[in-house]
Design a protein around this ligand. Structure first.
Ligand code: KG4
Ligand code: ZN
Length: 348
């Protein structure tokens, strides 16, 4: 085992209660409880439901993490917690728990940025995180393109979605195709049997005039509306909706835009590295196209294991450990949950 500080990470920004334990860059535990099932009938995450679920899941998830790591709470040397961005009520549960734990254990506390945490996940996959890197983070809550020069001190937001997150678009389109929530895996499965070229759906913010102002930004609400119109028109004609082709065409549009913009950033900035993170990375077609396009462009592609791509506490602990090793002072206890925390603020 490598050395480094023994850090407990707490993540509650959305619907996953994540408690991770690391020693430096060695992963010791990654315990997760998800309230996803409780949101299914609403077709999306309900903030109040998520916050309450965190409250209930925190203690058992903490116990599970300690058991998995084989360490006692008293051995923990520092606590790291996500304080934003995310759902305010959900974040508050983690922040409150982290402060209580840090005070009772007498450990330093690090308030860290959730998005930078996603990049930090790559510290744990056994190979050094090479910088600078472009990072594409795609989940139900975010679609962000970052330039990371230093994990602890220099993270720049290149672009983000101006409306729906990519995962949200998958969830909404699944719903209108009559597929259950979460929609991403369902669309992925349905699309496998479809023809991605049968229906061409629009690629948001890729027209020349949009590329001037929104070169690295994303938009998926127009795509969602285009799919809705197409399906509606088919139903009005009395046609059976070709779910597999619609799913494949939609998935292709999302994947095309995500990978094209991420690789454009690599080329523009002369950064031959691309890191992927977030739950949408589970998408089979996204992984395939990203792999092909990165190889063609001479860009090294890094995809952490899926258990570290979706929201988790281990990535937060890893970022905390890196901050400690970089000599950052602990956060003062007066920080709060910040639902719109900018990605440039790695530590509050
Ligand atoms: O990172 P994540 O687990 O957490 C939150 O955003 O809270 O991401 C969940 C999102 C959901 O929107 C889900 O539909 C999407 O990731 N997702 C996928 C796939 N698996 C999960 N989207 C596309 N294809 C998939 N295979
Ligand atoms: Zn996330």
């Amino acid at each position: 085992m490598t050395g480094g500080p023994l850090v407990l990470g707490i993540e509650t920004s959305c619907d996953e209660t994540g408690i991770g334990i690391v020693r430096g860059t060695t992963l010791l535990a990654n315990a997760i409880a998800s309230s996803m099932g409780e949101h299914a009938r609403y077709g999306g995450v309900v903030p109040e439901v998520a916050a309450r679920a965190h409250l209930e899941a925190l203690r058992p998830t903490l116990d599970a993490a300690l058991a998995e790591a084989g360490v006692a709470l008293s051995e923990i040397e520092a606590i790291a917690v996500t304080n934003g961005p995310g759902l305010a009520g959900a974040l508050m549960v983690g922040v409150g728990a982290a402060k209580a734990l840090a005070i009772s254990l007498g450990t330093p506390l690090y308030a860290v940025n959730h998005l930078v945490g996603h990049v930090g996940a790559d510290l744990l996959d056994g190979e050094p995180l090479e910088l600078p890197t472009v990072a594409l983070l795609v989940s139900g809550g975010h679609t962000s393109l970052l330039l990371v020069r230093s994990l602890t001190d220099d993270v720049e937001l290149l672009g983000e979605t101006i409306d729906d997150a990519a995962g949200e678009a998958f969830d909404k389109v699944a719903r209108l195709l009559g597929l259950p929530y979460p929609g991403g895996p369902e669309i992925d499965r349905a699309a496998a049997g479809g023809d991605p070229t049968a229906i061409r759906f629009p690629r948001g913010l890729t027209a020349p005039k949009d590329l001037e102002r929104h070169r690295y930004d994303f938009s998926f609400s127009g795509l969602k509306t285009a799919v809705a119109r197409w399906v509606e028109a088919a139903r009005e004609r009395g046609d059976e909706v070709p779910v597999a082709d619609v799913a494949a065409g939609f998935r292709e549009a999302v994947v095309d835009v995500l990978t094209a913009k991420a690789l454009a950033a690599c080329a523009d900035l002369g950064v031959p590295r691309l890191l992927l993170g977030g739950g949408v990375i589970a998408n089979a077609r996204l992984r395939q196209v990203a792999t092909e396009r990165a190889a063609a462009a001479g860009v090294a592609l890094r995809i952490p294991p899926l258990s570290l791509c979706t929201d988790n506490g281990a990535m937060i602990a890893a970022l905390g450990a890196r901050l400690i090793e970089a000599g950052h002072a602990p956060s003062s206890f007066d920080f709060g949950a910040d639902s719109t925390l900018p990605v440039t603020t790695v530590q509050s």
